[in-house]
Design a protein around this ligand. Structure first.
Ligand code: PLP
Length: 401
């Protein structure tokens, strides 16, 4: 039995969420105070020079842009939850997608990207990374170990995202990571859908994990932040350097909101998981719906991979409605509890018409109807279902009228 008062040696995620990144000094506040800082002052030349020499080391206060204790506490919490050695927090999820590309790729290198990649990241790859002399090509998200066939002599990085946030293909991360590691190729994975709670890509052999903390970590649609976590200390240092090349500094207010959101991540996710699966299963039985893309549904083509690697599902999924864009518009605009808008991960339900055909180059989107992305918020599941039902009735009237 453990001594009373000492923490359990293997805290479970909920316990970690409540303990990580809190100030150690007692008496003191429960939460880490904000640090508003550009200049950090030193008493001696020697102290200032020592801080400069150590400025890329975790936890060194040197100048505001290199981080302050509130940022370090948040980064440490994400690193621990993700099973990594260190995290770099950046001003948005997209900045986190791009940071490893800037840190690890140089002209002449090749990056292999999942065809299901977050669309704005594809734009950054085309408009910015490719322009810097890096070869960019795309692969079928369901390639698994077959990805070996697309590796080139100059392949340096494989960019994964699982599941895709429009089309929900689940990737065989251990198989892809093993092939890449064998060839000395780095892997990164955008893990925003599952959050650090429901999937741990680093434990599956992936080198770098990206989170748009804007979504579930912040959790209230009121701040933007991204994180990149590395399994290797040298990689973490390079990421810190690249964040500095780019001049990033996170606002202390946003770090505070992200740290606060983290405290309730487990209870929120559990609810999003339950409600989204409820709604997805119900939608599957409706005649207006061609198919439902939710990895936790047994009908999903990658359900077995989801069961093997994930410990839960989130609130984001898609339905292919058996209708045109005009019909899907009738449906979306009839909804009272699902607002139209980008992003997700907050407490409020969302609906978005999507068109994945235009966002891919290596594979073809095989949908016949119109793909509508739904995000189940924290509202009552029965109310959400009634709202969807009313929307489908309106669609039916439109189709028959
Ligand atoms: C939203 C999102 C991002 C980008 O995050 P922002 O904070 O909006 O820049 C990256 N990847 C995925 C999968 C996302 O859903």
């Amino acid at each position: 039995m453990r001594e009373s008062g000492s923490p359990p040696c293997q805290p479970r995620p909920e316990t970690q969420l409540s303990r990580l990144g809190r100030p150690a000094a007692h008496p003191g506040p429960v939460n880490m105070p904000l640090h508003r800082a550009s200049t950090i002052v030193f008493d001696t030349v020697a102290e200032l020079e020592a801080a400069k020499a150590a400025r890329f080391d975790k936890g060194t206060m040197f100048y505001g842009r290199f981080g302050t204790p509130d940022v370090f506490a948040f980064e440490g919490a994400i690193a621990t939850l993700s099973g990594g050695v260190g995290t770099v927090a950046v001003p948005s999820g997209l900045a986190a997608c791009v940071l490893p590309l800037v840190a690890f790729l140089k002209p002449g290198d090749h990056v292999l990207v999942t065809d299901s990649v977050y669309e704005p990241a594809r734009t950054s790859l085309q408009a910015f990374i490719a322009r810097s002399g890096v070869e960019v090509s795309y692969f079928d998200p369901r390639a698994g170990a077959q990805i070996a066939g697309q590796m080139r002599a100059n392949t340096r990085l494989v960019y994964l995202e699982s599941p895709g946030s429009l089309t929900f293909e689940v990737q065989d991360l251990p198989a892809i990571a093993a092939v890449a590691r064998d060839k000395g190729v780095l892997t990164m994975c955008d893990n925003t859908w599952a959050s650090p709670l429901y999937l741990k890509p680093l434990s599956l052999g992936v080198d770098l994990v990206v989170e748009a903390a804007t979504k579930y970590v912040v959790g209230h649609s009121d701040a933007m932040i991204g994180t990149v976590t590395a399994a290797d200390a040298a990689h973490h240092r390079l990421l810190r350097q690249a964040a500095n090349w780019l001049g990033y500094r996170i606002s202390p207010d946003d770090v505070y909101l992200a740290q606060r959101g983290l405290r309730t991540l487990a209870v929120r996710l559990e609810r999003h998981y339950r409600t989204s699966l409820d709604l997805a299963a119900w939608l599957e039985g409706r005649p207006e719906v061609r198919r439902v893309l939710h990895p936790a549904l047994p009908s999903h083509p990658d359900h077995a991979l989801w069961r093997r690697d994930f410990s839960g599902a989130s609130g984001l999924f898609a339905v292919e409605l058996d209708t045109s864009k005009a019909g899907a518009t009738i449906f979306a605009e009839a909804l009272q509890l699902f607002s139209q808008g980008f992003s997700w991960g907050g407490y409020e339900s969302l609906v978005l018409l999507t068109d994945p055909a235009h966002a891919r180059t290596a594979t073809r989107w095989d949908g016949q109807g119109t793909l509508v992305r739904l995000y189940a918020g924290l509202e009552d599941a029965e109310d959400l279902r009634a709202d969807l039902q009313a929307g489908l009735e309106r669609l039916k009237a439109f189709t028959n009228g």
